[in-house]
Structures are given as C-alpha cells and as structure tokens.
Design a protein around this ligand. Structure first.
Ligand code: PEP
Length: 270
C-alpha cells in the first residue's frame, strides 16, 4: 500500500505570497529530490479555504493532491448558509479531499458524530475523498479510555456506510471506501505538543481501529490508517517502519517545505 503524507496547514500562513512561497519551495524540493518522492508516497496539502485556489493553480499538474480542512454540514451544493463552503464548490475548484472531524474542530465548534455524518455524506455525494480524524484527549488517555473513545468516534463510519448504501449501489460504495476514505489517528495530546506516543502504541491503536472497521465492512481492512501528532523529520522514519502506519498527517512540520519533504522521504522508502 502506498503511504500518505498529508500536510494540514491550519490557519497558516497569513498571506497569499507566503503560501505561494511554501508551494514553490515544495515543488522545487520534489523535483530536485534524488528519489521520486511524490511518485513513491502520496503527498497532499490542506491549505486554508482562502488559499485553496492559489495552491490549486500551482499544483494542478503535479502529483501532489489537494484537501480542504473542512466542509459545510448544511448542504452538499448551495444555499442560504452565510459563511459556509460546500463540497460541490470545493470539488468544482479542483479540491480532491476533505479533512473531517479534526480535533480542533471537535473542540472549538463542538462537532459531533451527527454533524460529521452530514459532512461525510456531502463529500461522498460530490466525489470528495475524506480523511476522518479520531483520537483521544490526554485525560482519556490517562484514564485508559482510548479504545472506548475510538469506538464512539468510529461509530460514524458505520452509519455513513449504511446511508451510502441507501444512496449508491454496492459497487459505487466499494469503490468509494476503497479509494477515498482515510482514517487519521491523532491523539489530541500529541498535536502540536512535541509529545508522541511510541511506535508500538500507535501500531496497537491502528490494529484496533482496523479491527473495528472490518466489522463494519470487510473492505475496510484495506483503509489507510495514518498517524498525526508532532510528526517531525527526526521521528518520521520510526513511524514509517510500522506496517500498521500507512502515512502521517503533519501540522507544524508541514509549514516548511524541507521538513515536510524529509518526512515524505521517510515514507517513500517504506
Ligand atoms: C494536526 O493538527 O493534525 C497535527 C498533526 O499537528 P502537529 O503535527 O503540529 O502536531
């Protein structure tokens, strides 16, 4: 399975010119790299909504894919929803994926499974792939509740599949879940903190997630499960060594082309 290396730029950088410099640097690094990193691992970037268009212009003929960090839950297409952006609008712009349920959105916007389900369904209806983020807080980790939290968060996948099957035929659903669904395990306490779980811990959690997914649909055994939380060039190779870790979601270290490329390189040789 090809690994995924996805940069979540969050609300960074502050200007269009800085975002263009970041993409130019990234493209320069991918072309100058000894190994064809972009061919050997699937790279993706998720700029802010405002920066999707300039980034799309620069990467449209490259192997780097484009994701949005969020999508409205209110409609798949268009309507009277001030301030929102729909899956159809994003797809029309050339966006291929959406991050869904990042812990910052769960925390600041109280996003729950009911709302996330709508977002997942809207993305699927417009042909946008989804990167669904799950993960426990520090208190939940300390209490030994990681698995329980994941069971609750992953329950949305089961409902999503049931509803997809009522809208699409089996082949279309199989196709969607085989090619356009990624789960990102991001322990909240590891995001932006420099604290990382051990590779063995992440491997065990990914094994657990895979087991849960398989119960929903046997095809989900193939779903890429990526890790996110303080991934840096100096720990990427450790994560890449685990068969259960199919890539990474990178925040801070994705804001420098060089560190993002070093992380991608660790996964390209996998
Ligand atoms: C994230 O926010 O998805 C993330 C993984 O951030 P960081 O790499 O900075 O911990």
């Amino acid at each position: 399975m090809k690994s995924w290396v996805i940069g979540n730029w969050k609300l960074n950088p502050a200007t269009v010119s800085a975002v263009e410099t970041l993409v130019d640097d990234l493209l320069a690094q991918t072309t100058s790299s000894q190994t064809d990193v972009a061919a050997q691992c699937q790279m993706m970037v998720a700029p802010s909504l405002l920066h999707l268009s300039p980034v799309q212009q620069k990467i449209k003929d490259t192997q780097i894919q484009l994701a949005t960090q969020d999508v409205t839950a209110l409609t798949a297409v268009s309507g009277a929803y001030t301030g929102d952006v729909s899956a159809a609008q994003l797809k029309d712009l050339g966006v291929q994926w959406s991050i869904i349920g990042h812990s910052e959105r769960r925390q600041y916007y109280q996003e729950d499974n009911e709302l996330l389900l709508q977002k997942l369904l809207h993305c699927a209806s417009q042909g946008l792939g989804v990167i669904l983020c799950v993960g426990e807080s520090e208190a939940e980790f300390d209490a030994g509740d990681t698995e329980q939290v994941l069971v609750e968060q992953l329950a949305v996948v089961k409902t999503f599949l049931q509803q997809l099957l009522s809208q699409l035929n089996t082949e279309e659903v199989d196709n969607y879940i085989s090619n356009q669904l990624i789960i990102a395990y991001e322990p909240v306490w590891a995001i932006g903190t420099g604290k990382v779980p051990s590779v063995d811990e992440v491997t065990a959690v990914h094994g657990f997630i895979r087991q849960q997914l398989q119960v929903f649909n046997a095809k989900l055994v193939q779903t890429p499960i990526i890790y996110g939380g303080s991934v840096k060039p100096d720990n990427a190779a450790n994560f890449a060594a685990s068969e259960q870790i199919n890539g990474v979601l990178v925040g801070g270290a994705a804001l420098q082309a060089q560190s993002f490329m070093e992380i991608a390189q660790a996964f390209a040789v996998k």
